[in-house]
Design a protein around this ligand. Structure first.
Ligand code: 5AD
Ligand code: SF4
Length: 588
């Protein structure tokens, strides 16, 4: 798997000088107080997309293939569109619950052990989407390979958030072209698919620009992958980029990529209703919708049974979670927004909210650490903060994307808060959760940002002293409000210079903030060997900072007198001797 430098392209500088005190094999904290529309690219005369050249079938396997192609040309009927549009999503399994469309048989939807190679770009949501897509294809009889050369199908799970993210994919497609051309000469053709945000944003533009792309699947169309691949197998291009109002893949258990992992991500909601003026996400991932609490809890229980020690609840706005899946949930008491914050959308009512979910998830297994990402600052009512403070296994770590320190720019970004309201929230969080670790996202050089606005952001970085930062240069995206209404008027070199300044200030302040841990004993979840040295282990503290410490024998806290070496999944107590490294994601 390949991750581009985005949220997870971390720049780090660690000091392997921590001292290990004790290892905990078992830890006891204190009592726990739609596939509704599809787009087929066929060569038939009246196809809806006849303007695009279609490659002819590359592998005609005699009569069977011909028969399939003619059935495909007959295409789905209007009744089929209607039937699939009204099909309930709940508990759908790609092969069992729904009849195949009339132009393919159940047999033709099977992967027949063809090998799929995934490449994942972008944010953690995409890592999770890869696991969902793989889970669906695995059920259809596909195999997964980590060897590009032996793949029958290559699927790129893509990101659109900045132009650079998309450019990476175009470059990759050029590289894959050679591989595909070589395969054309062999008897086993290679199919290439674009999944996720870029498929959604560019739609058929991708198929027009890169004829070697065989299929497109938007973030809500992964259930349709077996059918799309069947169509692609016949030499036609296939696409499903329909966004759904209710798809959460609640019943698709993602396949964990690394079986030895100590932690897992659990998707709890998808999409975004915020419409910040710079952001493409509402257009690529659609409307906000939450997964039912019961299905989230079932997944967390399963992960706990598998021995995982950390779960990160995942979503574009995790703390805006609202489970409306049952009528009686709508009587639930509404929670307030953070003080001084507003929304760009009409106030929503009822539903089970994030505080309820967090409470329930944290009760599944008191030895399992709970994190969540990425939240929006508007949805931090007191009950969420209190819960984080009280519950031992909820990490005291909050990501609070500010984006800018200037109220004027925040308004242009349509963030729904002023600098003052944001700073007040920071104080309130620090009072409510002493010792909380804070991180944030910032954009340098947004439309109309003046030098004075930029200095306001610098001063916010100094005032808050974040522990972790994600810093980006603004990249104008088509379709967004900023694209239609504002001018991308900060010259590239000024954006980069301001970004550089933000990075330097962030580093200085984070160094100061992280120095306060020196001399403290912290609980660290062991992840494995340190990448830098075979004699060190690495893990993360409660604040999600990497800690490196010697791989030495230590006392087993649960079996006094017994000396053991820590393993991945163990908790160890580590005395911090020198400051943590600086963590920042920097995208220029
Ligand atoms: N340009 C630069 N950065 C962006 N982000 C979102 N959209 C853009 C854009 N158009 C950043 C924001 C967001 C993070 C995930 O990416 O800081 O919080
Ligand atoms: Fe990129 Fe945003 Fe899509 Fe994640 S949700 S892949 S960050 S565009």
């Amino acid at each position: 798997m390949q991750l581009s430098q985005n949220h997870f392209g971390l720049f780090s500088a660690m000091h392997p000088l921590q001292c290990v005190l004790q290892v905990y094999r078992s830890l006891r904290w204190g009592p726990l107080a739609s596939v509704s529309w599809l787009q087929l690219r066929t060569c038939r005369a009246h196809s809806s997309l006849t303007s695009t050249a279609c490659p002819g079938p590359e592998r005609q396997e005699g009569g069977v293939q011909k028969d399939f192609t003619s059935r495909l040309a007959a295409g789905p009927t209007f009744q089929h569109f209607l039937r699939s549009a009204s099909a309930p999503q709940e508990n759908l399994c790609p092969l069992e619950a729904e009849d195949p469309p009339p132009y393919v048989t159940v047999d033709e939807l099977l992967g027949r052990q063809r090998k799929v190679y995934f490449e994942t770009y972008g944010c953690q949501m995409n890592v999770n989407d890869t696991e969902i897509a793989w889970s669906i294809l695995q059920k259809s009889g596909y195999l997964r390979t980590s060897n590009l050369q032996e793949a029958d199908v290559i699927l790129l799970v893509t990101c659109s958030i900045r132009e650079k993210a998309e450019q990476t994919i175009w470059n990759r497609l050029h590289q894959l072209k050679a591989l595909k051309t070589r395969r054309l000469r062999s008897r086993v053709p290679l199919r290439i698919g674009i999944l996720g945000c870029m498929a959604e944003r560019l739609k058929e533009e991708i198929l027009n620009r890169e004829k070697m792309v065989d299929l497109l699947a938007g973030p809500d169309a992964y259930r349709d992958l077996p059918r799309l691949l069947t169509v692609a197998e016949s030499g036609q291009q296939a696409a499903n980029v329909l966004l759904s109002l209710d798809e959460t893949y609640a019943d698709v258990m993602p396949v964990q990529t690394s079986p030895s992992a100590t932690s897992a991500f659990v998707s709890i909601m998808r999409g975004c209703d915020n419409m910040c003026s710079y952001c493409i996400v509402p257009f690529t991932r659609g409307r906000e919708r939450s997964r039912p609490v019961a299905s989230i809890l079932a997944e967390v229980r399963k992960l706990s049974e598998q021995g995982l020690k950390e779960v990160t609840l995942l979503g574009q706005n995790v703390n805006s979670f609202r489970d409306n899946s049952e009528v009686q949930f709508n009587n639930a008491v509404s929670t307030n927004l953070s003080r001084g914050f507003t929304t760009n959308y009409k106030t929503k009512q009822g539903g089970l909210r994030f505080a309820h979910l967090l409470d329930q998830v944290s009760r599944v297994d008191p030895e399992m650490r709970i994190r969540f990402t990425s939240p929006h600052p508007k949805d931090f009512p007191d009950e969420v903060l209190q819960l984080i403070h009280e519950r031992d296994n909820i990490c005291k770590q909050i990501h609070l994307p500010a984006q800018s320190g200037s109220s004027r720019v925040l308004e242009a970004m349509r963030r729904g808060y002023s600098r003052e309201a944001y700073v007040e929230l920071i104080h309130h969080i620090r009072e409510s959760i002493p010792g909380v670790s804070l991180s944030s996202d910032f954009i340098a050089g947004f439309c109309g940002e003046t030098e004075e606005d930029h200095l306001q952001t610098v001063s916010l970085l100094r005032e808050v002293q974040y522990n972790i930062g994600f810093l980006f240069a603004y990249s104008m995206r088509q379709k967004t409000r900023a694209y239609h209404r504002l001018k991308d008027d900060v010259p590239e070199e000024v954006k980069l210079r301001r970004l550089e300044e933000l990075i330097n200030v962030f580093r200085e302040e984070a160094t100061k903030a992280n120095k306060t841990s020196v001399g403290c004993t912290q609980l660290v979840l062991v992840e494995g060997l340190s990448k830098r040295s075979a004699t060190d282990l690495c893990g993360r503290n409660d604040g999600n900072l990497k800690v490196i410490f010697p791989d030495a024998e230590m006392e087993d806290a649960t079996n006094p007198g017994l000396r053991i070496r820590a393993q991945p999944g163990d908790y160890v107590l580590v005395k911090v001797r020198c400051p943590f490294g600086l963590l920042a994601c920097i995208v220029k």
